[in-house]
Design a protein around this ligand. Structure first.
Ligand code: G6Q
Length: 555
């Protein structure tokens, strides 16, 4: 890599906190932070209709936020001062905006429709993208119609995706989210952890003869994935006792054909992607092969259309009507001016149970950075901590803190007008809870209201709710592959919006490296039974020695 930092044409150089809009927002915060949403709604009967935006089938109600028209105006001004428009154009036109890795960032090309052009370093990549999609679809059909069989001639019934991080969280989230559309005559499992429990539990009740492993690894050098892949290979060979079986029971998804072939997988059975697709932005590339096998090529394509619809909206809509921009800017408002630490994502749909975990990586790996694009230390907070669970379950555990704790926790509520599984009045109950929570969080219950209901004085403080807790409500008609695509793209682009304001590289992940390198060294030390003195700190040395003493069951 060059010893000179790369020039990033679209990068902005002015310090964020010196920008006029930032300073104005600071002052505006002082003026309005005590305003209560009760007041804001009372003053403007149309508020719940005005502070809304809609695109690609997603309706966003952001009226239950601690904002006024002026807040929105200033936040949009901030986006403009930070050259968000220029950065969006730079991303879509293949500029190397991942500057620390000197790469283009073009997950948007993965969902471009045939015939569109996305140029990366002088080459239109859309035909390649569609060629891989075609191969994935053909392979899926072969599995479905039994043309592709296991080594002993049995149909493949079990698909096990082996991967970690971006090569796992997207596939597992998408499988769970779209399970309604999935083939029920096949099993789909996901092994990520190097803890052997993950592999053992995934394989304990299935037959190797009917099992296909998809080894998903962009680099094909990730130690956890390779350890699991080798154990999978052994599991297959222990049963089938012929190395030729590997061909029928393993396919790979990677950018590294050489390592794939070193592992013993025929590169003909490899589905490729490109270095301009980041791991956490790859679920709609070949990394989504398990998703395609689960839901079928047509549904997979419908998901891509959803992604694409949100991409187009993000690229073209004015900022004050632009869903990802609005969500991103509201996040900045709480993170940087109210100093909130976290954001909760609360899907009222059981199928989205892994969506918060997926968003954790998307957000925190992308924007958990402490230096700007030019390497100077930031003097403001970057990514919030993202967490969440599906409703209504969370209501019976952590919502207490959201309602009455001392911290301000902005929440995104996600719901659907139609259920995929009608059953009595369950769906009305589910959605009633969603609406009730956002209402209670915004308006609370005053001491006077509590007292008027007959509560004794001493109990009133415990039973009062301050309210004024901000929420966004994201409402779509129905959870379909298309909707999932729009939802994921919505958050991808809101993360990018925030990264642009904070002037950081949202597409690298150097923070993951140090632990990886140290673990490699320590595993060797743990495996060699020597008495050589350990050269770590006294804590690590003592822990390793203790582990060494007790790692075999004591007789
Ligand atoms: C994602 C990260 C990271 C990556 C995993 C797996 O953006 O880069 O989570 O996806 O470390 O990497 P491989 O796909 O190379 O095995």
């Amino acid at each position: 890599m060059s010893s000179e930092p790369p020039a990033v044409a679209s990068a902005n150089t002015q310090s964020l906190t010196e920008r006029p809009a930032w300073k104005a927002l600071d002052q505006h915060y002082q003026a309005i932070h005590n305003l209560h949403m009760r007041q804001l709604f009372a003053d403007d009967p149309q508020r719940g209709e005005r502070f809304t935006a809609e695109a690609a089938g997603i309706y966003l109600d952001y009226s239950k936020n601690r904002i006024t028209d002026e807040t929105c105006r200033l936040l949009v001004q901030l986006a403009e001062e930070c050259d968000l428009r220029k950065r969006i154009d730079a991303m879509f036109s293949g500029e190397h905006i991942n500057s620390t890795e000197q790469r283009a960032v073009l997950h948007i090309a993965l969902r471009a429709s045939e015939g569109e052009q996305v140029i990366v370093d002088g080459i239109d990549v859309v035909p390649e993208v569609h060629a891989v999609l075609e191969r994935m679809a053909a392979f899926t059909d072969q599995l479905y119609n039994g043309q592709w069989k296991g080594y002993t001639g049995k149909r493949i019934r079990n698909i096990i995706n082996i991967g970690i991080g971006g090569s796992d969280l997207g596939p597992v989230m998408a499988y769970e989210a779209l399970r309604y559309y999935s083939r029920r005559d096949m099993n789909f499992r996901f092994v990520s952890n190097v803890d052997a429990t993950d592999f053992k539990e995934a394989t304990r009740d299935i037959s190797p003869e009917e099992t296909l492993f998809i080894i998903c690894s962009k680099t094909f050098t990730t130690t956890e994935t390779l350890a699991n892949a080798h154990s999978a290979r052994k599991w297959i060979l222990d049963e089938l006792a012929d190395v030729r079986a590997v061909r029928k029971h393993f396919v790979a998804v990677s950018t590294n054909a050489e390592e794939v072939s070193n592992f013993g997988i025929d590169p003909a059975n490899m589905f490729g992607f490109w270095d301009w697709v980041g791991g956490r932005y790859s679920m709609e590339s070949a990394i989504g092969l398990s998703t395609m096998i689960a839901i079928g090529p047509d549904n997979f394509r419908a998901m891509l259309v959803g992604f694409h619809a949100m991409d187009q909206h993000f690229r073209t809509a004015p900022f004050d009507k632009n869903l990802p921009v609005l969500i991103g800017l509201l996040g900045i408002w709480y993170n940087n001016f109210f100093n909130s630490q976290t954001i909760a994502v609360l899907p009222y749909d059981q199928y989205l149970k892994r969506f918060p975990a997926y968003l954790q990586q998307l957000t925190m790996e992308s924007n958990g950075k402490q230096v700007t694009l030019n390497g100077t230390r930031v003097n403001y907070q970057t990514s919030p901590i993202v967490w969440g669970e599906p409703g209504t379950n969370g209501q019976h555990s952590f919502y207490q803190l959201v309602h009455q704790g001392t911290r301000l926790i902005p929440c995104d509520f996600i719901g659907f007008c139609q259920t995929l599984n009608p059953l009595g009045n369950h769906h009305d109950m589910l959605m009633a809870n969603l609406f009730a929570q956002t209402e209670a969080l915004a308006f609370g219950k005053t001491r006077e209201e509590v007292k008027a209901a007959g509560t004794p004085d001493w109990l009133c403080p415990h039973r009062s709710f301050e309210g004024n807790r901000p929420t966004n409500t994201i409402l779509a008609e129905r959870l379909t592959p298309y909707t999932l695509g729009t939802l994921v793209a919505l958050y991808e682009h809101s993360v990018f919006t925030q990264g642009t304001i904070w002037n950081i590289d949202s597409f690298d992940q150097w923070g993951v490296e140090l632990g990886k390198a140290l673990a490699k060294r320590i595993v060797q030390e743990l495996e060699t039974e020597s008495d050589l003195p350990l050269k770590h700190d006294s804590s690590t040395n003592t822990l390793m020695r203790r582990y060494g003493r007790f790692k075999k069951p004591q007789s």
